[in-house]
Structure formats: C-alpha cells, structure tokens
Unconditional design. Structure first.
Lengths: 406, 472
C-alpha cells in the first residue's frame, strides 16, 4: 500500500517537473489525507423485481400472483434461503447469507419513491436527484453530499466506475467517472499530456475546463496507487464485478474516497423472468457474488463502509402474460457494512392482497427511499441536520429506521 | 397532382401559422445568413462536421441553396459514398424453414448458432456502414436524421434476435420515412419485427381469450418446432402468451409520441396494450409483421378519452397510432427533442413552439418540421453556436471528416465509440442515447477522447483531442 509520504514525495516531484503552483500541491496533499468514512452506492438499472430478490415467502398471495415465476418456500428444492420466518433471499444470492448471519446485511423492503411514475427514465432521475416529482433539480444527491460536507475539492472524494457520469454524482462538487484506474491515463507521454492539460485550462466551456482539471489532478494521484491490483477476493468477471473491484482498489489506497458509485444493469424482465433459474437468477447471482467479493476484499475497511443498493421501482406483484413482470412500485434495498445494524428486514410490510396493493397492482411503499439515504448520510457519514436538508431538499423524515449503529 | 396540391395547402397552413413572425417563404436566400460563422454552425449541427474547405464551398453555393439541397436529398448523387460500403453478410440458408424441419437436434443447434452469428455479424457490418456513410455521404442531413430517428425509436441489438432484424429496421422502417410523415414513420416502427420483438408486443395477448390464445400459441409452437424462426428459444424457455404485456404500449406514449408528461395514465397504457394485442410476428422465415386475430382483445377500449368500439381488429392499433400521433403533446415532445439535438441542450421555448406549430399544421410532415427548424433565426443565434458538446458519435465522425481523408477504417472508429459508450445499435434502454453534455462529459470520457484523437487522427491529435473540438 502506498504511504502518504510516498505520495507527497512523488507527487511533489511530478509537480516540480510540471511547474505547478504550490496551492495545487496543498490541495492534492489534502486529498491524500487518507481514510474516510465511505458510502458505496449501487444502482440496479431497469427495475429489479424486489419480490423475487427478497422473497416474502410467508405471504400466500405472493404464490397466487406468481404461479410460474414465484420463488419456492425455504425447504423446497431450490427454495428461498430463509432470513426470518417471512422473508427469504433468492437461492442464487447465497453469497450474502454470511453477511446476514454476522449482522452486517440489512434489508429495507417495500421501499421506494413517493412519486407514482412507472417510467424508468423519470424514476431513475427522481431517485438519483433525490427529489421525487421534481424535474428541475440539476444535480445528484451524492454530489450534493460532497458539496455540503466538503472540506477540500479533491475529485477523488467521489468516483463512479462508469463510462458516463451517473445522474447521482452530477453537479458542481468535483467527482470523477472513469472505466477503471489503469485505462485512466493520457497516452503519448508527458508532452502530449501537458499540451492537452494546458489547452483545457484555457477552455471557454466551464464543464469541459472543470472536468479536465479534475481528470488531470486525479490522474496524478491514481498513478501512485500501484498496479496491478491484487484483490483478496474473487470478483465476478462481469462489468459489475470489475467495477466493484476498481472501487475497492481506490478505497484501499486511502486517497480520500468518500462516495463511490457503480451500476448493475439489465433488470427489466418483461418476458421470461425466470424464478430460481433464468434471467433474474443470473443477474442476482452476479449482484450477490459481486457484493460479497467487495465486502471480503475491503476486509477491515468494511468497518467504516456502507454499501447501499437501489433500483428505480419494483415490478408488478402479479406476473404478466409472458412469465415476466411489468413495471410496478415498491422494492427492496440492501444495506451492507460494519456500521449497519444488520440481520433484520426493516420497514412495515404492507401485504400483497388486492386492497393492500398500490393502485391495486403493485407492492405499496411504506418507506420513502430518502429515509434510507438520510439515515446513511447522517448516521454513517455524520452529516448535520442542516446539511441533510441541502442534500435532500423538500424532504422531511417521516420515520427513523435505526439502520446504522450509533 | 393531388399530392402536390395537398402539400401546397399544408405549406400555406404553415405560413399562416407563422404569419406575423415571418412573412416570406422560408428558404428565400435573404432569410438565411451566408457568413462563414453561420455556415460553420450549420455544418456542425446539420452534418457530421465540416470537411476541409467545405465552409468556403457552401458559401459559394449559398447556405440557403445548400439547405434546400440537403432538405431534398434525392437530387444529390451519393453513389461515391455508397460505393465505399462493405456489403452486409448474406442471411444463412438455415433460416429456411424446410432445412430446419428436416434437421436433427444437433444440426438444429448448429444452425441456431449460425443464425446468432449472422445477427451479430450483420449488426457489426451495419455499424461499419453507418460510420462510413456518416463520414462520406453527401446527404449529410439525411444521415444525421436517420441517426436521430433510429435513436428516437431505439431498439437494442443485444436483446435476443433483435440483431437479425436491425438491418431491415433501419433500411425499411427508419430511412425511407425521415422526410415523410411522422404517422407513417410511427406505423413502420410499430409493425417492424425489431420493435415488436425488442419491446415484447409480439407476445402480448388478450388475457380473457385464454382458450383461443392457447390454441394459437400451440399452433405457433408446433410451427416453431420444425420451422425456422430466426432464433427459436429452447422449448423450456418458450414464453407463453397468457395476457397483456405493457412494455411497448408504455414506451409508445412515453418515448415515441406524447412524452412522459404528455398526459396519459396507467389506464391509458393498459388500453393501448389491449388495442395492440395481436400485433405480432409471423414466426416464419423472416418473422414479418402479422396480425393474429386470435390474440386480439376485441372489447371496447378508451384511449386518451377516445372510444374505440368493441369488435375491431388490426384497426384498433392503427386507431391508437392515429390518436397518439395527432395528440398535441406529441408535437411538443418531438419538437423539443429536435431542438435539443440541433440547437441547444436547453431548448428555447419559442423555437420549440414554432417547430411544434409546423408539426401540427402539416400533420407531422417531417421535411417541413426540419425546414422550420433550420431556417429559424433562433437556429443561427450566437448564443446557440458552439453551445453543445459533441456526443461520441459526432466527435468521432467529425474528427475523421476534419482530416479530409478519402478512406476510413470503420473498425477503428467503432472501437472508439465502444470505448466512449456509444456503440451504434447497442443502446440497451428504449430511451436511446442521451443528447446532452451532462451525460457525455466525464473525466474518463475526456481522457478517452484525447487518446482516441492520438490514435485515430495522429497528425491532428492536439486539435481534435482539445477542448474546442469537443464543442459544436
């Protein structure tokens, strides 16, 4: 692992050779001030079927509504993995069971957005902006967290391992999106890098100028963290698994990472969703084995890390005409980490009978997703009450879940 | 003759609609600026970027005349560009029904592999054609519009056998309609195998006619067993048609026509899905569009306040397409998207209103809609010049065009697009690729653009990878 001293030395040398102003050195050094509490947000794009991910096997209505895609009760061949006497994990998510058992995995079921939209695009937008029903919000909630809590302007406080900057992280606080550490470098040697850097410093467009500035600054820091990376866990070979591995790599380098973002895609199963086998089973396997590998690889670092999964909405309670599910409402979120009071399914279960369903068809919502965001940001990342009102404008807590250890 | 007359009336209507704003015919040269700044702006936005010397060429011709030609591209000889295209692969023999019927299980699996390979290869070849055309076609505005409308009616090559339908989709459903009526374009996409498959409408069925449906499904399965759909799913995974699938109905209104705030409800989605039951695929050799009455819900529907009487057939779906195409929200939604693509990430409301007015007045004549857009003073306004950041597609193609090169390596260009996350035909969600700077500007993307410039255009890397070239 790279020590801070090594960074300062090599960083200063780079700086001298490039003729940079000392203020830059000071700022980068602050970024390198090491270890901070960390939130890793995972977005399941396409709307995961939460009812097949965290199965309410104690609910007879579930099996009536899902004759071909329902996940069998625990004890049946390939049945759900019992978490308590009502909920079970999908059988392909066994990798997460040890985290449940050691009480570092919590679940919030029947959670989601107070907005009724069943549009992927709008619902993702609302969840990522943190302002359901408000389209005019320009920045993402994770970026606003960085804005409000920020003591320094290092772009390495927030990273997304993605080709595009996710909505959640867009905004004026410096943050980075890139595909992976090793590819994040300007080719063609120092001359070409310097000429690009100078050109972008002169750019009229503030978005291009600011993004390039963050990029070059981060590049210098990331060069110090060493390659190749040797993880202490086997990640899935999927894009999701590889993205998590890059997050662990940056987190373990102690270069000031506070918020990381990765996405898991392909959850929109309108046709042939499958139950214990098939499309959703494969996707859940990737999700669970990825999260489990991340937790293992982070090791001791998990003591001040929280991993949070989210998805734009749930899917209809009943299967549709093609053994799939159409767009629905309530969903389940997973929260993993040392600070988590795990081994519990949080939230009031609204039931799946017709009169208990949202608009007669979907799992109703009893926990606003912002209740979860807010608790993590205040109890884990230790943001003040005043701060949270800027991260989640217009939100007033309706309940306290008590997800995070005091 | 009659068509001309109708056109004239339509044009007159536009002029009346625009009266007060503009009294002259849209393309009178006096209305269109002809300074190099305006020409460069027009070439930036209406083509895949200027080639060396093109600004001067257009100035000599006059921007108004150049626009006229681009708006009526059938008069432009494009044979030189077409000659540079590598042909698409031939559809393999195995998609012939008879060949499959007599095959053993092992042979059939082998054939299915070939079909899958054909799907992949044909989309790769089509993507190579796309970037080649984007660089070399003289009908640049048409190429830009084909890209725009494909993206508007996006389908994803990675979903099952969609890939094998995509070359036909672009050639028959999109390209011939970009200068035609919106309703025809909408209808062509609605009936295309690519869209029927991608958004699952081919599987949607009347839930109440269970018995009929089952019979129909059995008939289909029987046929599929021995015959060649392009890629028959393994038997145990064969999706059943037991009822509605809302996927297409929702995206039809949210993305293709009204827009997400266009004023429809969940109940409208269900009614539209019911009206479109039976719009499915012939599982034969080419999987063409087919209306299957046995899958159709014949009950009454109420769509956006319009009653569709019970007892209808394929007409129910046609009626739905009429209703949504004529809805005022659609004019506004399409106008907003066009203005966002061609003018500014934050579409100026006055220009959106103007373009929407033409859409409404001409009943969605897309040539007139585009004409209104490209002749509007707002299009040329200084605050809109260089106001957008290039998408990866525009960046890569405009970079190659700027070199003035006479030949290209499509594979290298596609590799660049892959790295930047904008591979043609590979956008998974039905929204299509985003068109705004927020999405495409990230630290990783800028660094990748610098590296791509060095690799793709080494002699001009500093310019093409630099900040000014990212804007247009």
């Amino acid at each position: 692992m790279t020590s801070r001293r090594f960074f300062l030395k090599s960083g200063a040398m780079t700086m001298l050779s490039l003729g940079f102003a000392p203020s830059f050195l000071a700022r980068t050094a602050a970024a390198a001030s090491g270890r901070r509490r960390l939130l890793i947000a995972i977005f399941q794009r396409g709307a995961v079927d939460g009812l097949n991910m965290i199965v309410p096997y104690g609910e007879a209505e579930y099996y009536r509504l899902r004759p071909t895609i329902g996940v069998p009760r625990p004890g049946s061949p390939d049945g759900a993995i019992a978490l308590d006497d009502f909920f079970g994990l999908h059988p392909r998510m066994g990798a997460l069971k040890p985290l449940w058992d050691n009480k570092s995995l919590a679940i919030v079921h029947a959670s989601g957005s107070p907005d009724r939209t069943r549009s992927h695009f709008d619902a993702q937008d609302y969840m990522e902006s943190g302002t359901p029903g408000v389209k005019s919000t320009r920045d993402g909630w994770l970026n606003r967290y960085l804005q409000v809590s920020g003591s320094d302007a290092s772009p390495l406080r927030g990273i997304a391992i993605a080709r595009q900057m996710p909505r959640s992280m867009q905004g004026r606080a410096p943050s980075l999106a890139f595909g992976g550490v090793d590819a994040f470098d300007v080719r063609g040697g120092m001359d070409s890098q310097r000429s690009f850097e100078q050109a972008f410093e002169q750019a009229d467009n503030p978005l291009l100028r600011g993004t390039a500035k963050d990029a070059f600054e981060a590049m210098r820091t990331l060069r110090t963290i060493g390659t190749p990376y040797r993880p202490t866990a086997d990640y899935p070979r999927s894009p999701f698994g590889q993205a998590l591995q890059e997050i662990a790599r940056v987190a373990k380098a102690d270069i000031g990472l506070e918020v990381a973002f990765a996405e898991s895609s392909n959850w929109d199963h309108h046709v042939n969703e499958g139950s214990t086998q098939g499309q959703i089973a494969q996707r859940l396997d990737d999700l669970a084995s990825g999260l489990a590998a991340l937790a293992t690889d982070l090791g001791e670092r998990m003591s001040d890390t929280v991993i949070l999964t989210m998805s734009e909405f749930g899917r209809a309670a009943a299967e549709n005409g093609n053994r799939g599910t159409d767009h629905g409402h309530g969903n389940a979120m997973l929260i993993v980490g040392g600070p988590v009071k795990g081994g519990r399914v949080y939230g009031k279960w609204p039931g799946l009978k017709a009169d208990q369903r949202f608009e007669g068809r979907d799992l109703a919502i009893t926990t606003d997703f912002r209740d979860v965001f807010s608790e993590i940001v205040t109890a884990h990342l230790a943001l003040t009450k005043d701060g949270i009102s800027r991260v989640l404008p217009g939100y007033a807590a309706s309940q306290t879940l008590g997800l995070i250890r005091a | 003759m009659r068509a001309d007359f109708r056109r004239a009336i339509a044009l007159l209507t536009v002029l009346v609609a625009l009266a007060g704003l503009q009294n002259r015919a849209p393309l009178a040269a006096a209305d269109i600026p002809n300074d190099t700044g305006a020409i460069e702006h027009a070439l930036n936005r209406l083509t895949f970027g200027p080639r060396p010397g093109q600004v001067e060429e257009v100035q000599k011709l006059g921007l108004a005349r150049w626009l006229d030609r681009q708006l009526n591209p059938s008069s432009i000889d494009d044979s030189a560009a077409l000659a540079k295209l590598t042909p698409l692969p031939q559809e393999p023999e195995v998609t012939d029904r008879r060949a499959l019927r007599n095959a053993s299980e092992q042979e059939r699996m082998q054939m299915q592999r070939q079909v899958r390979q054909y799907g992949r290869q044909s989309v790769q070849a089509l993507a190579a054609q796309k970037v080649t055309r984007a660089v070399f076609s003289e009908r640049q505005l048409e190429e830009v519009l084909v890209d725009f409308w494909f993206n508007h009616f996006n389908v994803f090559a990675g979903k099952g056998r969609t890939s094998s339908f995509i070359p036909d989709y672009e050639r028959e459903a999109i390209r011939p309609h970009v200068w035609g009526s919106f309703r025809e374009l909408l209808g062509a996409t609605a009936k295309s195998p690519a869209m029927l498959f991608y958004l699952d409408n081919w599987l949607s069925a009347d839930p109440k006619a269970a018995e009929q449906v089952q019979r129909a499904a059995n008939r289909l399965r029987g046929r599929r067993g021995g015959a060649g759909s392009n890629m028959p799913p393994p038997a145990q995974q064969a999706p059943r048609r037991n009822g509605l699938n809302e996927n297409y109905a929702r995206e039809l209104m949210e993305l293709h026509t009204l827009g997400v705030d266009g004023g429809y409800t969940q109940q409208d989605i269900i009614e539209v899905a019911r009206a479109l039951t039976g719009w499915t695929l012939d599982n034969g050799r080419n999987g063409d569009f087919r209306f299957m009455p046995a899958l159709h819900d014949r009950g009454e529907k109420k769509v956006l306040g319009h009653i569709i009487r019970a007892g209808g057939g394929i007409d129910d779906g046609e009626r739905v397409l009429d209703i949504v195409a004529e809805h005022p929200s659609t004019a506004k939604h399409i106008a907003t998207k066009l203005v966002r693509r061609f003018v500014n990430d934050e579409p100026p409301p006055a220009l959106v209103a103007k373009v929407a007015a033409t859409f409404t007045a001409t009943k969605g004549d897309l040539r007139e809609v585009v004409r209104t857009l490209v002749t509007a003073p707002e299009f040329y306004a200084t605050e809109n010049r260089n106001a957008k950041v290039k998408t990866p597609l525009v960046f890569v193609v405009s970079g190659v065009r700027a070199t003035g090169r006479e030949s290209v390596q499509p594979r290298q260009m596609l590799n660049a697009l892959q790295q930047l996350g904008m591979m043609p035909y590979m956008c998974q969600p039905p929204t299509g690729y985003d068109d705004t700077a927020d999405t495409w500007v990230s630290a990783g993307a800028l660094v990748t653009r610098m590296n791509i410039a060095q690799q793709l255009t080494p002699t001009r890397a500093a310019q093409i990878g630099g900040p000014d070239f990212q804007r247009y």
